[in-house]
Design a binder for this molecule. Structure first.
Ligand SMILES: Cc1cc2nc3c(=O)[nH]c(=O)nc-3n(C[C@H](O)[C@H](O)[C@H](O)COP(=O)(O)OP(=O)(O)OC[C@H]3O[C@@H](n4cnc5c(N)ncnc54)[C@H](O)[C@@H]3O)c2cc1C
Length: 399
């Protein structure tokens, strides 16, 4: 029987291992930590649990959140009732749930660090601290700090954001999102069971600058971050050209999740894309009969059709969305201001938060829906300046 090695046991690796094992392949998952509290908000959108209902229907502790407060520099915060709740998990518990599913499907789970990879005839030998493992095919799911330089995205500095935050013992029932002046990024406060995950991500700012901005915000909100535990990690945020040249697969290997850079460049959502890419990779591996000549290309094509073109298009206007200005106000401040006055903009933001509004059809929707009142005409005008026409051939995907 053919053997597939899955390197990494986060959402991408655990889901790939589950699917591969369930399809009857001998599957071994190797992760140096297994279930751990990976620095993350742990937020799961409706788009994710609608496609993968097991993300909602499980016994793992989660917060089901239906309210978000959106704030921006010099704007009155707006309360948004989510039309579909966001689920928030501790990452340790979430990863454990996914690893349990993989094991139940028949995957062998090993707590080991992969230290080197050697190609051998028609397969691979993975070196670990305690020995070596042979496999016919590899799924690389080692995350954004992927140490395996020959496999997965070839990072450039502009393709990543710093993301850091605190786990703070406290309780609240809603999510806070705060946009800051002149920052391509945002602050989030996610309620979890027994604590908050409060963090900030941003491109082009140092970790020290981001940390100070986050601490200042938490002080203003009266949230005692000094009792919290600091976390930091890298968040993939590919530029448009990097999406196009992204190295996602090669002969007898495919990269999934963060190690392939598959994160929304505007929202930072990555868990859905980790699971979705793992699902697609495993179905291509099982159906391709391990043909190393074609499987990588088929995988890339399926990812493009499914979500890559949409994220690539999002990357083309992410910076303008965060840093653009309209009459001396930042665009996020304009959005928050106009959400108070335009029910249609409010609805659109609800759909963006649930993940049901894609980027490719956003401009069209604004043009069709936001031209009833003076306020809506202004909002439409602002967005038409920021969001380019999708290039011919990039069709709108229904997420
Ligand atoms: C601060 C922050 C907040 C975020 N918030 C959200 C959010 O709220 N919602 C959301 O959808 N996304 C969020 N993301 C993104 C999300 O965390 C990632 O997209 C997601 O974890 C990707 O899953 P993955 O399985 O690809 O990688 P990871 O979860 O990083 O898993 C990689 C695994 O590989 C293992 N590994 C690495 N190297 C080796 C090796 N050599 N040998 C063995 N094992 C190895 C690691 O131990 C790890 O378990 C956030 C990211 C950050 C940084």
């Amino acid at each position: 029987m053919k053997r597939v090695a899955v390197l990494g046991g986060g959402p991408a690796g655990a889901h790939a291992a589950e699917k591969l094992a369930a399809s009857g392949l001998e599957t071994i998952l190797i992760d140096e930590k297994l279930a751990w509290e990976k620095p993350c908000g742990g937020g799961i959108t409706y788009k994710a649990y609608e496609k993968y209902p097991f993300l909602f229907e499980n016994q793992t502790q989660k917060k089901v959140v239906t309210e978000t407060y959106l704030g921006a520099h010099k704007s009155d915060c707006v309360k948004m009732n989510l039309n579909q709740p966001i689920l928030i998990f501790s990452r340790r518990e979430f990863n454990q749930m996914l690893l349990d599913r993989a094991e139940k499907a028949g995957a062998q789970i090993e707590k080991e660090r992969v230290t080197a990879i050697k190609e051998r005839e028609a397969g691979w030998t993975l070196k670990t601290k305690s020995g070596s493992i042979d496999a016919d095919y590899m799924v690389v799911a080692t995350g954004a700090r992927n140490p395996l330089r020959d496999f997965g995205t070839q990072w450039k500095a502009e393709d990543t954001m710093v993301a850091l935050g605190y786990y703070i013992p406290s309780n609240q029932e809603h999510i806070d999102i705060q946009f800051l002046d002149r920052l391509e990024g945002y602050i989030w406060v996610f309620p979890r069971n027994g604590h908050l995950s409060a963090g900030i991500c941003g491109r082009g700012a140092t970790a020290q600058e981001l940390r100070l901005r986050l601490e200042r915000y938490l002080d203003e909100k009266g949230i005692n971050w000094k009792q919290g535990q600091l976390y930091a990690h890298m968040l993939p945020s590919l530029s448009r050209s990097s999406w196009r040249n992204n190295r996602m697969a090669g002969k007898r290997w495919m990269a999934v999740g963060d190690s392939a850079g598959l994160v929304d460049p505007i929202t930072g959502e990555g868990i859905y894309y980790a699971i979705r890419s793992a699902d697609i990779a495993s179905s291509v591996i099982t159906s391709s009969g391990f043909d190393p000549a074609t499987a990588g290309g088929v995988y890339r094509g399926r990812i493009e059709d499914d979500f890559l073109l949409d994220l690539e298009f999002g990357a083309s206007f992410a910076q303008k969305l965060y840093l653009g200005r309209f009459f001396f106000k930042s665009i996020p401040s304009c959005i928050v201001d106009y959400m108070h006055r335009s029910p249609k903009l409010y609805e659109l933001m609800q759909d963006i938060f649930s993940g049901t509004q894609d980027y490719l059809s956003l401009r069209n929707r604004l043009f069709r829906n936001l031209n009833g009142s003076v306020n809506e005409t202004i909002v439409n005008f602002i967005f038409q300046r920021i969001i380019p026409e999708p290039p011919v051939g990039m069709r709108a995907t229904a997420r």
